[in-house]
Ligand binder design. Structure first.
Ligand code: HEM
Length: 475
């Protein structure tokens, strides 16, 4: 029989062993997950007050940047119901991608997952996982990322010419509805690619009117999703809150319009070089095409339209950059607009966080991280770190030139992510954004009309707030 004293002593010894194994460095020098720095937090409330004071979810990138400055390149924090391990170190980020496994998994908005489950909607690449994702992703990689992608150019060029014509109607005054014009243009490009350039030319007016409605419907989905993010989507759903009902309604409307448009494209599409025909030739069923194209439509326009706005904002404030783009127009080998885009995405990554759930226990930045932990890579922070970019706050496209003495650490700016699950639209986005920028700067001198400070705020993607106001002078 133990005496009380002996029992206490034994308990203390067991506790000591337990603590030694769960905290502090192990013999291999790796620290435990529980040793990852965490911010001070209140019982029940956690760090909600701090997040609220920093500007809530709209300013999450700045809040997390501040936490990295306080706690270092790796820290752990619970944001509402999820706990994330936040990482802002290029070497650690490289190691995360190298451990992501055959079927990388990222986080998707809770409300969208609930909606898909509730209505039994099959969705595209962004939502798929495991072997299903890999099969479709491999087929789509062949069409959108690999080999000769010149087939995309003709259609992009027609639609960008059309956009320049619209700008010509806005000379010497502020461009009206720039946000919507850009959004519609990039959506048109995707629909144009699906139809093929011959089909697009034939049906351009019809496409434009469908795109107009779709722009409005998708806009509502993003708006209602952002409102739900302030709440707990699952609770809002279970309690049938008006925010959930509005989201549900917008999602149903947008998906219905998307599917009607896809069916329409399927009927009209005859062009062998169109994306739709290429998908059919990859043995994809009509249902699968619908699901994948639906997601492409949702992912394509917002990201590119807002990146274009950030790029126009940056060049409008830097006349020397505009002059240099013009001076390089006759050089077909010029890489300058590519650098302008890279520099824009370094400072204004529309997706400022990349996420992964790793399939095995792993070691990240010297800490052991249990399998399936949510890892959030803070590329907004790495992209603005003086350690990786000299004069990090300045917009200097030349830094991306290998010969430049301005430092640029490529691994610290990953706006499209890397690896098997990186952005499938990267090549298309790079082409259309560079082409549009070149055409705009060739035709117009850009001036920014905003006098107030432009802030970066999160509305699903990182957008300028208030909106960019541009004035154009014809050259
Ligand atoms: C500047 C423009 C864009 C940026 C910065 C961007 C960025 C990203 C990022 C960071 C991801 C997540 C990757 C990950 O989890 O590792 C992603 C995924 C994705 N993007 Fe983009 N994107 C852009 C344009 C586009 C376009 C034009 C399309 C469509 C043609 C597109 C379609 C997708 C899809 C479908 C996924 C999910 C891929 C998968 O899970 O396999 N994106 N994008």
């Amino acid at each position: 029989m133990f005496t009380n004293h002996a029992a206490k002593k034994l308990f203390k010894q067991v506790e000591k062993i337990r603590c030694a194994s769960s905290s502090g460095a192990r013999p291999d020098g790796v620290l435990d997950n529980l040793d990852i720095p965490t911010p001070a937090s209140l019982p029940v409330l956690g760090t909600r007050l701090d997040i609220w004071k920093a500007g809530s979810s709209k300013k999450l990138h700045e809040y997390i940047d501040g936490r990295h400055k306080e706690l270092g390149p790796i820290y752990r924090e619970s944001l509402g119901p999820v706990t994330g391990i936040f990482v802002a170190d290029p070497e650690a980020i490289r190691s995360i991608f190298s451990q992501e496994g055959k079927y990388p998994v990222h986080i998707v908005p809770e409300a969208w997952v609930l909606f898909n489950k509730e209505y039994d909607y099959s969705r595209g690449l962004f939502f798929m996982d495991g072997p299903e994702w890999l099969t479709h992703r491999t087929k789509m990689n062949k069409l959108l990322l690999k080999g000769d992608l010149n087939w995309m150019e003709e259609c992009c060029n027609i639609i960008i010419d059309d956009f320049i014509n619209q700008l010509n109607g806005n000379l010497n005054e502020e461009v009206k509805n720039l946000d919507e014009m850009l959004y519609r243009t990039f959506l048109n490009v995707l629909i144009g690619l699906l139809l093929g350039s011959k089909g697009y030319k034939k049906h351009a007016e019809l496409v434009k009117s469908s795109v107009k409605n779709l722009t409005r419907d998708i806009g509502k989905v993003f708006e209602t999703t952002v409102k739900l993010q302030m709440l707990h989507a699952n609770w809002a759903f279970k309690l049938g809150l008006p925010q959930w009902n509005r989201f549900e309604e917008s999602m149903r409307t947008a998906l219905t319009s998307t599917y009607i448009l896809i069916e329409d494209i399927e009927k009209k599409c005859e062009d062998e070089s169109s994306l739709l025909m290429k998908m059919r030739n990859e043995d994809m069923s009509d249902d699968c095409i619908k699901a994948i194209v639906g997601d492409l439509i949702l992912a394509a326009a917002d990201t590119t339209a807002y990146t274009m706005q950030w790029m126009l904002y940056s060049v409008a404030r830097n006349m020397d950059v505009q002059d240099k783009i013009r001076s390089e127009l006759s050089n077909p080998d010029s890489t300058y607009t590519k650098y302008v885009l890279k520099e824009t995405l370094r400072l204004y990554p529309v997706a400022p966080f990349l996420t992964r759930f790793l399939p095995h226990e792993s070691v990240i930045a010297g800490y052991r991280v249990p399998k399936n932990s949510l890892i959030v890579m803070s590329i907004y922070t790495t992209g603005r770190e003086e350690k990786y970019f000299k004069d990090a706050g300045k917009f200097v496209p030349e830094r991306w030139d290998r010969g430049s003495d301005m430092q640029a650490t490529a691994q610290a700016s990953l706006p499209f992510a890397v690896g098997a699950r990186s952005c499938i639209g990267r090549k298309l986005a790079e082409y259309e954004l560079q082409k549009m920028l070149t055409e705009i700067v060739k035709n117009f001198r850009l001036k920014l009309s905003n006098t107030e400070e432009i802030q970066m705020v999160m509305k699903m993607v990182a957008v300028p707030s208030p909106s960019i106001r541009l004035k154009l002078d014809k050259i």
